[in-house]
Design a protein around this ligand. Structure first.
Ligand code: ADP
Length: 448
């Protein structure tokens, strides 16, 4: 849409600074001062051009941006403000524009350059609008220096690319670590079985030696020395070997279990958390009765997740809630949930022994146990819980005070994220499997 302006007798070119009163609106007589104020208050350099492409008006921002005095520009072809290489083509564009004048950005999608008086170039963004006046159609060009913006954009793009690369590297090394943990824990078990087997055999050989000794003539000191070896030193060494290999076996199965959790394919679907918790509580009935605890489960919102793995999360949390109750008071455990901005937030609350603040992060580390005297465990439960929650792009955190109890919070997505594979899954760690591909999504790795 063009603006309607009236004209007076003189042309701006007659006036060395150009007269804005030339372009008085028809409906109301604007003073020259008013028109100039409007032009000068524009944030951009404003250059007004007539149909032959000659500059008829400029504002102070133009002088500043292009380093010209306005008298030097008035009456000059607009091309004076652009690099030589664009000038010929631009003259044609001016003709085309006047033939179909409308408000539009100039050269959208292509980089535009302007030329200062000192010959330096800079990037610009230009908006064109026709101005209809009594002396004919004029075009006003609002010119903005976008050098800084382009630099900032380039910087942002570079950072984004670096971030993406770092992410990919992280995913790759994560996957390599997972694979390494899997292979190492898997392969180390074979020699461990050998150590355990041969230790047993060594023990049996000692027994046979002991009985063979009875039929051999030995001096008293030889007999003492051999008995010491067979009855004390060797059994003691074997006991250490057996205890260490049993410990190592349990550590290796822990690492293997954890890496399996990370590698298992996820089948994400809407989960009925009321059903899942009801099943878990039913399967733990014996332990609940034994602990003399009261377990209350509220109405839980659904979430998006892999049924097996989410089941594992809440089984571990409930198991811990029961295991770390305080024997000085009746145990009370409450599971509740609420929905909050595309997340279901579940809580598992107990009135147990609680967790000191300084341990509330370290307790997620593999094999880390804070209260080994409170029941058996391998220090793996919370590590698995966090790994699963991460894979679901969820969060886990705890609020606890020693002597009063703990509340574990788990936030899981309630809506499907369709942005595709990200995190370790993107790197191929855990291929997506689904009975219903439409329903399935793979979640992003997250962290509490
Ligand atoms: P585990 O229970 O096998 O020791 P976890 O990884 O499940 O291993 O938990 C790590 C440690 O965190 C536990 O040893 C325990 O000290 C502490 N912990 C976990 N849950 C609770 C809880 N509900 N109350 C108090 N301490 C807890």
């Amino acid at each position: 849409m063009s603006q309607k302006l009236d004209s007076r007798s003189s042309t701006p070119l007659d006036d060395p600074v150009g007269s804005l009163a030339e372009f008085e609106p028809i409906h109301r007589a604007w003073t020259d001062k008013e028109c100039r104020q409007v032009l000068e208050s524009a944030p951009d350099a404003m250059v007004i051009v007539e149909d032959r492409g000659q500059i008829v008006l400029v504002n102070a921002q133009t002088e500043q941006l292009f380093q010209y005095d306005r008298q030097e520009l008035l009456g000059q072809p607009i091309e004076v403000l652009m690099p030589e290489r664009f000038r010929d083509r631009h003259r044609e564009h001016v003709l085309d524009y006047f033939a179909d004048a409308r408000v539009r950005p100039m050269g959208a999608c292509m980089g535009l350059y302007a030329l200062r008086k000192d010959g330096s170039e800079f990037s610009v963004e230009i908006s064109l609008s026709p101005v209809e006046t009594a002396r004919g159609m004029l075009v006003s060009a609002a010119i903005r220096d976008v050098t800084e913006r382009n630099l900032a954009e380039k910087k942002i793009n570079r950072y984004a690319a670096e971030l993406q690369r770092a992410n990919q590297e992280l995913e790759l090394s994560n996957r390599e670590l997972q694979d390494f943990a899997y292979v190492v824990s898997h392969d180390l078990r074979a020699p461990l079985v050998n150590i355990q087997g041969f230790s047993k055999e060594l023990g049996m050989s000692c027994d046979r030696l002991r009985s063979a000794m009875a039929s051999v003539q030995l001096t008293e000191s030889e007999c003492r020395e051999l008995s010491e070896l067979l009855d004390e030193d060797i059994p003691e060494a074997l006991e250490f070997i057996t205890a260490s290999s049993t410990k190592m076996d349990s550590l290796l199965s822990g690492v293997l279990k954890l890496s399996r959790v990370g590698r298992a394919p996820l089948t994400i679907r809407q989960l009925d958390m009321n059903q899942i918790l009801a099943d878990i509580v039913a399967s733990m009935q014996f332990a609940i009765l034994q602990a003399g605890a009261a377990v209350e489960v509220g109405t839980l919102p659904p979430c998006q997740g892999d049924q097996t793995q989410i089941n594992q999360v809440f089984s571990n949390l409930l198991d811990n809630a029961l295991k770390y109750l305080d024997s000085n008071r009746p145990g009370e455990i409450r599971v509740s949930g609420r929905e909050e901005s595309a997340e279901a937030i579940y809580s598992v609350e107990d009135n147990g022994i609680g967790i000191a603040e300084e341990h509330q992060e370290s307790m997620y580390q593999i094999f880390h146990r804070l209260h080994p005297q409170h029941g058996s465990g391998d220090g793996l439960g919370l590590t698995i819980v966090r790994r699963v929650v991460d894979r679901h792009n969820g969060k886990i955190w705890v609020a606890s005070s020693p002597g009063r109890g703990s509340t574990f919070y788990v936030a899981l997505p309630t809506v499907r994220r369709q942005e595709g594979r990200v995190g370790s899954e993107a790197a191929g760690e855990s291929p997506l499997t689904s009975e219903d591909d439409e329903q399935a999504i793979v979640c992003r790795q997250g962290r509490a």
